[in-house]
Design a protein around this ligand. Structure first.
Ligand code: SAH
Length: 505
């Protein structure tokens, strides 16, 4: 039996973009992932591996595994020959007990590697505009555990030394002891007016920073109701926060946006939401599946020369048809002189992936406009429409009315999701979603079916729906979903623009 291996990987502090390239590589190749409560679950999208969470930082369910159980689990998975990623928040060797896991692996004779991560101290301060070292402020940094009770005589920390430290102090795990920590530093001689801060949930959409003088910080933090995970930062570098706090200026900071698209295609929307400071909540209402019987598609691909136009109304359509073309031993040369039409910019971009340029993209991204655009060129021509297993039939009707012979070719299946992910339902029922983007009539209809009564009570006020287009808006309203805003550009970027506009009002 080939021996397994364990990779102790730092997941970074929360923003999924702060995972290292090496960490990503390990996740892609993993058989098993064992991750802790601080890890952003969005990172699990990078892996096909079976994933086990060892603890949860929020939520009542789930049991916290103790360290011995985790060590034993890593050893037994590796002994079974698996490539295991032990994914830990921040850096595995900074207050992460990663070295204890490495010792256990060493003892069991299991090979391991350590992949460092961006630790909370560097990430949260950078995102809060606080430079841990600075020529004028601090020539040293200390990472300190705040977990210990400073009043206990057996404390491993000497507060007399910490109070005299010539630089910035960063306390991990210390929020619940903030009053004792501040008092201990002050009574050891640190000035009560030393600038200090608590940064909560650094690098995530829920990041908040509270600054005050050391003596006033505990009260201010209590009033602001900051929650773990949080860091305490003490030192004059904190004063830069006010000017350099770039991240906390993001327009959608603290907003949660439900992404209803099929999960496999939500990557650009996840990235966009994070870029704007929001937290994407994945709640796919439909699934995209391959068709089971390809014979009609293969038959058409063998006779492409008989057609003048190939029309796509979705990215999925492009990928399914052109993917099949490749899989069956053909390539884009088989498209010959066929003209290509797409419904909008995303479809056009999908064509570019195959080095193809769309001949026609309508100005308005909807079937009616596409038909209008094609009207004068399709009369008497044979047209292939690469379509989903269901959807609107405006396009073939209008093209036929214009004199085209339309061959409707189903190239992928569009299926309803049976339920929403548990995290999405919990957020919906707690009224914690600010926006839900609806990007098609079928998504709107399916969301209506999957929404519980509890979740519906928030619609229109706490949780607002944004429709991609008037067609989707009408479909949503027909099934009783109140739409608050409708995009004027009928794309997901248009949805974000509409949210930004509404938030700015
Ligand atoms: N290995 C981790 C630290 C684990 S100890 C790392 O390198 O970051 C857990 C503590 O880390 C928390 O109590 C908190 O003090 C800090 N922490 C982790 N993530 C954080 C975040 N996003 N923002 C602020 N503090 C965080």
């Amino acid at each position: 039996m080939a021996g397994g291996k364990v990779y102790l990987v730092g997941a970074g502090p929360g923003d999924p973009g702060l995972l290292t390239l090496r960490g990503r590589e390990c996740l892609i190749r993993a058989d098993e992932v064992v991750y802790d409560g601080l890890v952003n679950p969005l990172l699990l999208r990078l892996t096909k591996a079976h994933a086990i969470r060892t603890s949860r930082v929020d939520g009542p369910e789930g049991r916290r595994l103790d360290q011995d159980e985790i060590n034993a689990m890593l050893v037994s998975l590796a002994k079974a020959g698996k490539r295991v990623v032990r994914l830990k928040g921040g850096d595995p060797f900074i207050f992460g007990r990663g070295a204890e896991e490495a010792e256990a692996l060493l003892q069991a004779g299991i090979e391991f590697e350590v992949v460092p991560g961006v630790t909370a101290a560097t990430a949260a301060t950078a995102y809060a505009g606080i430079s841990l070292t600075h020529r004028e402020d601090a020539s040293a940094v200390a990472y300190v555990t705040g977990h210990e009770d400073p009043s206990k005589p057996q404390s491993a920390l000497d507060y007399e030394v910490l109070a005299r430290f010539p630089g910035t102090l960063v306390f991990y795990m210390g929020l619940h002891r903030l009053p004792e920590i501040a008092a201990a530093l002050i009574s050891a001689g640190m000035s009560p007016s030393t600038p200090a801060a608590v940064i909560c949930r650094g690098s995530t959409s829920r990041q908040r920073t509270v600054t005050a003088t050391l003596d006033e910080l505990p009260e201010k933090v209590t009033t602001a109701k900051l929650r773990p995970p949080s860091l305490i930062v003490v030192g004059s570098c904190v004063t830069r926060h006010e000017r350099l706090a770039w991240f906390e200026l993001k327009p959608l900071l603290g907003r949660r946006i439900g992404i209803t698209r099929p999960e496999a295609q939500s990557e650009p929307q996840i990235a966009r939401a994070i870029e704007l400071g929001a937290e994407p909540v994945l709640m796919p209402t439909i699934r995209i599946e391959p068709i089971e019987d390809w014979s009609a598609v293969d038959e058409t691909l063998a006779h492409l020369a008989d057609y003048s136009w190939l029309v796509f109304t979705s990215v999925n359509g492009v990928r399914a048809l052109l993917g099949r073309l490749w899989q069956t031993g053909r390539d884009v040369r088989d498209l010959g002189n066929i003209k290509l039409a797409g419904i909008g910019p995303s479809t056009a971009e999908a064509l570019v992936e195959y080095h193809l340029r769309a001949d026609v993209i309508p100005e308005e991204y909807r079937a009616e406009a596409l038909a209008e655009e094609l009207r004068s060129s399709v009369a008497g021509k044979r047209v292939i429409w690469a379509r989903a297993s269901r959807g609107r039939d405006v396009l073939p009707r209008e093209l036929e009315a214009a004199g085209a012979e339309v061959h409707e070719l189903t190239v992928y299946r569009n299926e309803d999701a049976e339920s929403l992910p548990a995290t999405a339902t919990a957020a919906l029922e707690a009224g914690e979603l600010d926006w839900i983007g609806l990007s098609s009539p079928s998504i709107a209809r399916q969301l209506a079916k999957l929404m519980t009564e509890d979740a519906r009570t928030f619609l229109g006020n706490t949780t607002r729906l944004v429709a991609i287009s008037p067609v989707t808006q009408a479909a949503a309203e027909e099934v009783g979903l109140p739409v608050s805003v409708t995009a004027t550009t009928y794309t997901w970027d248009g949805i974000f623009e509409a949210i930004l506009g509404a938030e700015a009002d």
